[in-house]
Design a protein around this ligand. Structure first.
Ligand code: DGP
Length: 111
């Protein structure tokens, strides 16, 4: 989508520290990290939010890519996966993304 910053990152029109990519997904470091490991995993295809993602295979690929990113960063045993779905849940970029967070302790419930 023309105006989507994450589409531009996936297309490499906007630079970002990409840590993993394959034919379907791209993973890059968050601009405003909230943990020593904070990577965003996105589908190359523009989908606004998780509740609009209807491709089970793609959902699986995003999940497996997130686990791989955590494992490759040395946090495979302890990491948190977060999806903010909708503005009320904290979503600010409307291209679905999984936050992969690791490298510190996390409280529960999340704020
Ligand atoms: P959310 O609030 O769940 O929609 O998270 C959006 C995240 O995207 C936020 O943690 C900051 C990150 N972000 C926004 N713009 C950019 C960007 O241009 N580059 C990178 N690397 N991250 C970005």
């Amino acid at each position: 989508m023309a105006d989507c910053i994450f589409c531009k990152i996936a297309a490499k029109d906007v630079p970002a520290p990409i840590v993993y990519e394959n034919a379907d997904v791209v993973a890059f470091k968050d601009l405003n990290p909230r943990a020593p490991l904070h990577v965003l995993v996105i589908p190359r295809r523009h989908v606004e939010r998780l509740s609009e993602l209807d491709d089970e295979a793609l959902a699986g690929k995003l999940t497996l890519a997130a686990a791989k990113v955590a494992k490759d960063a040395g946090h495979g045993d302890n990491f948190r996966l977060v999806v903010n779905n909708g503005a009320g849940a904290g979503q600010s970029v409307f291209h679905v993304h999984f936050h992969v967070l690791g490298g510190r302790l996390f409280s529960w419930p999340p704020g």
